[in-house]
Design a protein around this ligand. Structure first.
Ligand code: DC
Length: 225
């Protein structure tokens, strides 16, 4: 019998996975594991080294020189790339696009798989990503597929950026989201798809508390005490 309780949340970019997962984690006393941040740290390394997203051999070689670590400070996940805390450097559009393009490569995915499984084996976690329910944690007690229409997701991102005072264009954001969706869903290894036993939640017309409650209810129905 599993000693830890695992909740897997998968879904496309901008569906609200991290916001929701953080809230669920805090309500349940779980650890929130953001796997996208790990892929982002690796993409940052490739960008810094000037390695192109299609340069398979260079990427495979570089993977040997990368160490990604996760630590928690005041319950907030910090991601370390070869000892450097890069958490504040991995949320740019440039890194987002590079991450989607480089996470298709097998050596990149293999590097992070073990780390993710170890985290889930040692603590009650809610882990979000693209392949958590289908590949990383196939035995997670609760699996959620969280999505929203690409238009709603683009609007949310647009609001977030304009509130930060950044200039941006809604159509471009939606186009970027569609391209990332396509890449994430059509790659050969561990593509984004709903696990057969996942609960499907479309958050387009739901409030954040409604989604949080739906996930906790699903976990209670699946043995969470
Ligand atoms: O969740 P995010 O937006 O931070 O993820 C960034 C990219 O990382 C996403 O476009 C695809 C990739 N990713 C992945 O391939 N597998 C995961 N488990 C998490 C993220």
């Amino acid at each position: 019998m599993a000693l830890t309780y695992n909740i897997a949340i998968d879904g496309p970019a901008g569906a609200g996975k991290s916001t929701i997962a953080k809230m669920v984690a805090s309500k349940l006393g779980f650890i929130y594991v953001d796997t996208g941040a790990m892929y982002r740290a690796m993409a940052l390394y490739f960008l810094r080294k000037g390695i192109g997203s299609g340069e398979e051999e260079a990427i495979e070689k570089a993977c040997k020189d990368i160490e990604v670590l996760i630590r928690y400070e005041d319950n907030v996940q910090q991601v370390f790339l070869n000892g450097e805390n890069v958490s504040g450097l991995i949320r740019t559009e440039e890194v987002s696009n590079m991450t989607s393009a480089t996470s298709v490569h097998k050596p990149v995915r293999q590097k992070l798989l073990e780390l993710q499984r170890q985290l889930a084996a040692t603590a009650d976690v809610i882990m979000d990503g693209r392949d958590i329910g289908t590949c990383v944690l196939p035995h997670a007690q609760t699996k959620i597929y969280l999505t929203a229409s690409s238009h709603v997701r683009a609007l949310r991102r647009y609001k977030e950026l304009t509130e930060k005072g950044e200039m941006c264009n809604l159509e471009e954001i939606e186009q970027d989201i569609r391209e990332r969706d396509y890449r994430d869903m059509h790659r050969e290894i561990a593509p984004l798809k709903q696990a057969e036993d996942a609960v499907y939640l479309d958050s387009s017309q739901m409030t954040i508390p409604q989604v949080v409650d739906a996930i906790i209810e699903a976990a209670r129905e699946r043995g969470l005490s």
